[in-house]
Design a protein around this ligand. Structure first.
Ligand code: NDP
Length: 480
């Protein structure tokens, strides 16, 4: 049985109170490790270590900071298979997905921000004959990074890497549900020679360790990814302390498919955007609006694709769908399937828990599920389910599709399928959505701003946006 430890002041240490939490493998329903149930004392210790490391780290030339981050990226790449296996065991996702997406993207987060540190420049505003104004961007200091369970190492590093690149020191908490790869990352940081205290990884619950990070007065900013309700709570706690906040929250993303699209591509990518990671990606498109003239054709091909999505042991190469992350989350998703029936939906595929045999007999598996016949205003089409459940809805006009797409409190991501370039621009601009993909999904360029509108969040991650978030601008004026 594995016993994970906190990474504080460059060392792997036990939690101050000696308490541990069980960590369950979703595919088997069995405890496979114990993790520190850290509290405010552990956070205080981590903050002290970060504060001690800060003066040297912030003054280290960006090139040297960057070199260390690139070294971490290389070690993640070296250990890709081991990390992918750990991610799959901890989260329930197919190991093939972790190998292809989660772990390579975690490595590129460190590589990208390692080099970006050297390209981050500040502005000069010259007033001819009068004054020279220039902006200095100081690292904020010690910052907190809190991430969710769905893309554990990928989203954890998406926050940590820019914070470190900007010259901040970090106290980070992964989700207690998926702590394993964050622990393995702490081992890699030690191997990479990251100076002690620059990054501290503290394990524990949201209300325990997470809340202690948000409340700690020496932590200057919180970069948080998770549910909208938790984000609201964090904002309420942190705002009176004037902490800087970046909140990446939930979504209920529309996928709008026009009749002039490349149907085969739209179907194949929609299968991915519906069911990748068992639908547990904040960017998954769970509301599929299809122009009426191709609705039946789309539906037939889409359902044929759904039938091919084998649910199985995440460790098996042939499994396209793994386990949901926990029994509690599975029950939540099942309750939405029940609600979809109650709201008058017609079940087209799935809808039931899957009982596997052998080592996965007690795992949290669910069939990929498709409904139609649900109005855009019903709860199933407005609330985030965060599982392998999508709805199909025909539309008649562009205006109708847009109204429905924008008709939720969320505004994270949207996908448009069309060959009409004018329409692509027109619809994209009218969508209340922080991210819009046209004829693609989950396409990544780390330089682009990432984040949501409305209840999907505040602020943007990615590229220079992230480096700006972790720094404080100071304007200096010199009279000529
Ligand atoms: P939660 O909001 O439950 O948890 C997110 C993180 O916050 C976890 O580490 C959690 O710890 C921690 N946390 C919980 N309560 C507190 C608190 N009071 N103070 C500080 N930290 C706290 O989200 P989930 O983990 O369930 O993740 C799913 C959600 O994340 C979905 O809504 C999804 O849309 C969203 N998400 C958004 C993304 C985006 O980029 N916009 C990307 C990915 C997911 P613990 O788990 O240990 O309780």
């Amino acid at each position: 049985m594995l016993h994970l430890r906190n990474y504080i002041g460059g060392e792997l240490v036990a939690p101050a109170a000696g308490r541990y939490l069980p960590n369950i493998e979703p595919a088997t329903g069995q405890v496979f490790s114990h993790i520190p149930d850290s509290d405010a004392n552990d956070i205080a210790r981590a903050v002290a270590a970060a504060e001690a490391a800060l003066p040297a780290w912030r003054l280290l030339p960006a090139e040297d900071r960057g070199r260390l981050l690139v070294r971490v990226a290389e070690l993640i790449e070296r250990d890709l298979d081991r990390l992918a296996a750990a991610e799959s065991q901890d989260n329930g996702k197919p190991v093939t997905l972790a190998q292809a997406v989660d772990i390579p993207r975690a490595a590129s987060n460190f590589a990208f921000f390692g080099t970006a540190a050297q390209h981050f420049a500040s502005e000069t505003h010259f007033q001819e004959g009068v004054a020279l104004n220039y902006t200095v961007r100081h690292p904020l200091g010690v910052v907190g990074c809190i991430s969710p369970w769905n893309l554990p190492l990928y989203l954890f590093t998406w926050k940590i890497a820019p914070a470190l690149a900007a010259g901040c020191c970090v106290v980070a908490k992964p989700s207690e549900i998926t702590p394993y790869t964050a622990y393995l990352l702490s081992e890699l940081c030690i191997e990479a020679g990251l100076p002690a205290g620059v990054l501290n990884i503290v394990h524990g619950t949201g209300p325990g360790a997470g809340q202690a990070i948000v409340e700690h007065p020496a932590i200057k900013a919180i970069s948080f990814t998770g549910g909208t309700k938790t984000g609201e709570h964090i904002a309420r706690t942190a705002a009176p302390m004037f902490k800087k906040l970046s909140l990446e929250l939930g979504g209920k993303n529309p996928n709008i498919i026009f009749a002039d699209c490349n149907l085969a591509e739209a179907v194949q990518t929609s299968l991915r955007s519906s069911f990748a990671n068992q639908g547990q990606i904040c960017l998954c498109g769970s509301r599929i609006f299809v122009e009426r003239s191709i609705y039946e054709a789309f539906k037939t091909e889409f359902l044929a694709g759904v039938a091919q999505l084998t649910v199985g042991d995440p460790q098996a190469a042939g499994s396209r769908q793994g386990a949901l992350v926990s029994e509690a989350h599975l029950q939540k998703v099942l309750s939405y399937i029940e609600l979809a029936h109650l709201e008058g939906g017609t079940l087209l595929a799935g809808g039931r828990r899957v009982q596997l045999e052998g080592r996965c007999a007690d795992g949290y598996f669910l069939q990929p599920t498709v409904f139609e016949g649900l109005g855009p205003d019903c709860r199933v089409n407005r609330e985030e389910i965060f599982g392998p459940v999508v709805t199909l809805t025909p539309f008649d006009t562009e205006e109708e599709a847009l109204r429905w797409a924008n008709g939720t409190d969320y505004g994270l991501a949207a996908t448009i399928w069309t060959r009409d370039l004018n329409r692509a621009h027109r619809v994209a601009h009218a969508l209340q959505s922080g991210i819009v993909w046209v004829n693609t999904w989950l396409h990544r360029d780390l330089r682009t701003p990432f984040g949501g509108m409305k209840s999907s969040g505040v602020g943007r991650e990615g590229g220079l946006e992230a480096l700006r978030f972790f720094t404080e601008p100071q304007s200096i004026t010199i009279k000529l």
